[in-house]
Write a protein that binds this ligand. Structure first.
Ligand code: ATP
Ligand code: MG
Length: 217
């Protein structure tokens, strides 16, 4: 890619949907909807700007290696990734939710999570979970899952899960309850540090437009 072109990494679903108004504020309109198209590279109304559609947890990696100049990723993903090589100038206040500990309704979490006890915790976020329980002095066996964490306590795979919660509807539907709040989550702009230098004239106006649209300028 030359210095005159921009590649933006986004994931499908809520981040894409909530990013559309921000892109529009920067004068960028995708020419296709990634939910309908199978294309992974999507053009925009601007001939020098394209979107690449990647898994939410892969956004920091594409940006870190410069395969995308910038992207939008959840704080959950950024904490697990570590943020190496990424400049994080803006909290966009989109895709907001909370990282929580949840258990089966009726499970005595207060007793089970006393310091010195051992808990089995299923999660997609092993680093966040390990740090949280280390801070409480609770020993944990972390069971790494890639989705549908809610199932784990129901079938005896784990005592607890660490997962993202927004309305709590999925927990409720599965007879689970949130018992501890770990951290508030929202999505951030992540920019490749070298790209910001080389393509400053292209990238900075977009950052400014995003900041204004997100109510932060
Ligand atoms: P997949 O669902 O394909 O396994 P994913 O779970 O990584 O992938 P999403 O569910 O679209 O993808 O989540 C993308 C990002 O949106 C997450 O990294 C998180 O920051 C945020 N997010 C996840 N769940 C919620 C939620 N319930 N409410 C608001 N934001 C959320
Ligand atoms: Mg998901």
């Amino acid at each position: 890619m030359t210095a005159e072109t921009l590649t933006i990494a986004l994931s499908k679903g809520r981040i894409f949907d909530e990013t559309l108004p921000l892109l529009a504020a920067a004068g960028i309109e995708p020419v296709e909807n990634p939910e309908e198209s199978r294309k992974l590279i999507i053009g925009t109304n601007l001939p020098n700007v394209r979107l690449v559609i990647v898994r939410a947890s892969d956004v920091p990696t594409y940006v870190q290696y410069g395969a995308a100049d910038f992207g939008i990723a959840g704080k959950d993903v950024l904490i697990e990734h570590g943020g190496d090589g990424l400049y994080q100038p803006l909290d966009l206040q989109i895709a907001k939710c909370r990282m929580m500990v949840a258990v089966r309704k009726g499970f005595d979490y207060a007793a089970a999570s006393q310091p010195g006890n051992r808990l089995r915790v299923a999660t997609k976020y092993p680093d966040i979970a390990a740090e949280h329980f280390a801070g409480k002095g609770v020993h944990v066996d972390i069971i790494k899952l890639y989705g549908s964490m809610e199932l784990a306590p129901l079938v005896g795979l784990s005592d607890a899960i660490v997962d993202l919660v927004s309305t709590g509807g999925t927990l409720k539907a599965n007879n689970l309850e949130a018992v501890e709040h770990i951290v508030d989550i929202s999505s951030r702009l992540v920019v490749n540090k070298a790209a910001l230098k080389v393509k400053h004239a292209l990238i900075q106006p977009i950052i400014n437009a995003f900041a204004e649209a997100a109510g932060q300028s």
